[in-house]
Design a protein around this ligand. Structure first.
Ligand code: TRP
Ligand code: MN
Length: 452
């Protein structure tokens, strides 16, 4: 099976393209695109194929998808620290689910490419000054000067190199021993260790260490079992910046398909999933795993048309539908979509984003999310699947390994006043390390109950 005949990496250019930056110097843009197009892809087709196979297992209900990371990565973050701490939290969550629920976990970061942000307005006005909106580090800078907000095509190359070094670190961490199950005690950050979740995790880590020691005493050679030492870790981002995505698209002669080279999984946002628009046009032609965000306004018809357009071949593991309904809407809005898809012959992964439908402003002006509402949406997601007889396949969430105070509630009982102390996000509020672990324990309990 080939990429569609009437498609090229540039065919999106004939469509309505929302959320793309305006560059003042077309020659500079072309020059940057040309240079990007000669660089090696960041991910290769064989990895995408393996990942798609893992997602097909999730779609069949044999594994759980865990996809997490920053709302937006930033060139200013201390890269090593940000990447390692995020990676460790995802490992911790994965091990909780793998051990407590005996469920294999497919691990995916919103990382090594999550640099472009959709905005609700083209411009931003502060004290009478109007400038273009900040669209993520791949486009412009967040500072409020004309210089900062100018869309600079060189930033696409900066994003590429930054993604390359992040991916290099992730590959080293996942394959080089840091993810070894024998290291499980070392994954807890100091600030998490003393929290209730930290203690619960330490107990679980103790039991894993005991199990490994027991197996060793029985003659099982842990040194020779590669599964214990390494993890598969995949990357994903919103495929928003189509000039960048196109420049990294490569043809694979082996299967006669085109692949996006910027990450294993690319997703379509709630604002850019118009059926005949540029983003859908681009993504239908690349063989990567494709995510689609679905908010409360999505109709069954929208979803079925998108599935037909993006996956006419119905390849298992090709599509991940990411529902972000909000805690109040999930019970009403999700079941009709589940029913429609169930009856359609498509078998996508269903994943819950409990973050984006639950964003509010605190009394003191911070963009925040309540941990309770996040949990409530997640529970509603599981309940809807139980009701419709479909698989609740995964979790898509915004988190950081750093000790931030951006979401309210959780076992730390973070309040509006507490938000001010370490609110670091340039974009959406993220779960911190303890809140992320708390979420993992909650899901493990649900999955365990489902098995019984
Ligand atoms: N390789 C297995 C897996 O990815 C087991 C494993 C090794 C693991 N290190 C891990 C599981 C860290 C979760 C977290 O499932
Ligand atoms: Mn976000």
């Amino acid at each position: 099976m080939n990429s569609p005949q009437d498609w090229t990496p540039a065919s999106w250019r004939a469509r309505r393209a929302l959320q793309l930056p305006t560059y003042s110097d077309p020659a500079a843009l072309q020059d940057a695109e040309q240079r990007l197009s000669t660089l090696p892809p960041l991910v290769v087709p064989a990895e995408v194929a393996q990942f798609t196979d893992r997602l097909a297992r999730v779609a069949r209900g044999e594994a759980f998808l865990l996809q997490g990371g920053d709302c937006a990565e930033s060139f200013d973050d201390l890269e090593e620290q940000a990447v390692e701490s995020t990676f460790r939290v995802i490992l911790q969550m994965a091990v909780v689910l793998t051990y407590a629920a005996a469920c294999p976990v497919v691990k995916v970061g919103r990382i090594a490419g999550q640099f472009a942000k959709p905005r609700s307005a083209e411009t931003e006005t502060i004290d009478g000054v109007t400038l273009p909106s900040y669209r993520g580090d791949i486009v412009n800078a967040s500072g409020f000067t004309a210089q900062d907000r100018r869309a600079d095509p060189e930033r696409m190359l900066a994003a590429y190199w930054r993604s390359a070094t992040t991916l290099n670190l992730l590959r080293a961490l996942s394959q080089g021993g840091a993810a070894d199950l024998h290291e499980v005690h070392g994954w807890t950050a100091d600030f998490v260790r003393a929290s209730p979740q930290g203690e619960r995790f330490t107990e679980l880590a103790d039991r894993i260490a005991q199990s490994l020691a027991f197996m060793g005493a029985c003659g099982f050679d842990a040194v020779r079992a590669p599964q214990l030492h390494a993890v598969e870790f995949y990357t994903s981002h919103e495929a928003l910046h189509l000039h960048y995505e196109q420049a990294l698209t490569r043809f694979n002669a082996r299967d006669q398909r085109w692949y996006g080279g910027s990450g294993h999984m690319l997703w379509l946002g709630e604002r850019t999933r118009g059926l005949d628009d540029a983003h859908v046009e681009y993504l239908r032609g690349v063989a990567n795993a494709i995510g689609v965000k679905l908010g409360p306004s999505a109709t069954a018809d929208d979803v079925l048309r998108l599935l037909d357009r993006l996956d006419p071949e119905r390849r298992p593991g090709r599509i991940v539908l990411i529902s972000r309904m909000g805690s109040g809407a999930v019970a009403d809005r999700l079941p009709p979509l589940l029913r429609a898809v169930r009856g359609s012959g498509h078998a996508p992964v269903w994943c819950c984003d409990p973050m984006h439908g639950n964003t509010v402003t605190s009394s003191n002006g911070f963009k925040t999310r309540d941990f309770d509402r996040i949990l409530q949406e997640l529970r509603g997601f599981f309940a809807a699947h139980a009701q419709e007889g479909t698989h609740a396949g995964g979790l898509h969430f915004e988190m950081t390994g750093q000790d931030v105070t951006e979401c309210r509630g959780g076992a730390q009982l973070l309040t509006d006043e507490g938000l001010a102390s370490r609110y670091r996000s340039a974009c959406d509020p993220r779960l911190n390390g303890s809140q992320s672990l708390e979420l993992a324990f909650e899901i493990a309990d649900v999955l365990k109950a489902d098995r019984r």
